[in-house]
Design a protein around this ligand. Sequence first.
Ligand SMILES: *[C@@H]1O[C@H](CO)[C@@H](O)[C@H](O)[C@H]1NC(C)=O
Ligand SMILES: *[C@@H]1O[C@H](CO)[C@@H](O)[C@H](O)[C@H]1NC(C)=O
Length: 192
Amino acid sequence: MGCPAPLPAAAVIPLLFLCCAVAAAAASLCSVRGLPFVRNLSNEPQDNYGRSGLSHITVAGAVSHGMKEIELWLQTFAPGTRTPIHRHSCEEVFIVLKGSGTLLLASSSHKYPGEPEKYQISVNSTFSIPVNDPHQIWNTNENEDLQVLVTISRPPVKIFIYDDWFMPHTAAKLKFPYYWDEECFHTPKDEL
Ligand SMILES: *[C@@H]1O[C@H](CO)[C@@H](O)[C@H](O)[C@H]1NC(C)=O
Ligand SMILES: *[C@@H]1O[C@H](CO)[C@@H](O)[C@H](O)[C@H]1NC(C)=O
């Protein structure tokens, strides 16, 4: 992202200032430096990362906050919205904070996920997704948002996405890093 083309000196100075202020704001999203030690969740940046009906906050992330062992996310799904069917080679723990919905979970032990188990989830439901098991969180409640707190291990997370439950595990598409920290991600990290 460059600064605007040359302009008369009187106009350049305020524009330069604006440009630097914007750059500084972007940098602070991607670095723990300059962030207060205790932060207010209400002020944390949130985005839908191109998925309508999703609000995602990286409370603590590998790239933006320098996390080495875990990441913590707060995600809110509007009625009817869901995650892709996906798997990852790390541990993941959920706590449902608001609303209700369905967890769909399949196994990694066959060639493809197959028909998933369905679990109803609601406030205070908590569950851990087994490593590499394909799963999907779906807000099946038409009237309320579903909000979950998610802890995930081994950041930055590699996610494999399935088109459906019958796609072979080997055909699932790798996304790395996943959307959340992408804008802050510059150099490849070590292989997991
Ligand atoms: C966090 O921000 C919200 C909204 O501005 C405010 O209502 C709340 O009091 C703040 N909480 C803390 C702990 O600062
Ligand atoms: C969830 O569980 C915690 C721990 O037992 C409890 O304090 C809280 O009231 C529960 N919330 C709801 C909505 O059941």
